[in-house]
Design a protein around this ligand. Structure first.
Ligand SMILES: [Zn+2]
Length: 132
């Protein structure tokens, strides 16, 4: 797996990008196929014109489960994380806390956008404006 860190100079465009991507990937979305396609095209265009890739980082998905834990962990040359000398996998803490470890020097704003999107969605039993 890979983690891509991007910068977008305009905060409003960045917010719209993250919100748009979350809406595009929402399995419960009520967008029409045409709306979905238009949003996908906007996202691609926005990335091409406004986003700058700052980092492209390998992200571990499998962790060491050797029992008992072995001694002699070393830093992997290519990926940079510490690996078990036997199975060559990083610790479960590294895998499970990947985003938290990457954002120790800053705040992850993704939960704010997710909350915003979900607070805008009509509650069950309510009709959305487009239906009324
Ligand atoms: Zn191991």
């Amino acid at each position: 797996m890979r983690t891509i860190v991007m910068s977008i100079g305009d905060n409003k465009v960045a917010d719209a990008f993250v919100e748009g991507l979350l809406r595009l990937q929402d399995p419960n979305s009520d967008m029409s196929g045409q709306q979905h396609q238009a949003l996908a095209l906007w996202l691609v265009g926005m990335i091409g014109s406004a986003a700058c890739i700052d980092a492209y980082i390998a992200r571990p998905t499998k962790s060491c489960s050797c029992k008992p834990a072995k001694k002699g962990w070393r830093k992997a040359k290519r990926f940079g994380w510490y690996i078990c000398p036997v199975c060559k996998k990083p610790s479960a803490t590294v895998v499970d806390s990947w985003v938290e470890n990457m954002t120790t020097m800053a705040s992850d704003l993704l939960p704010e956008v997710v909350f915003k999107i979900h607070s805008e969605e009509p509650k069950e039993g309510e009709e959305s404006e487009s239906v009324a």
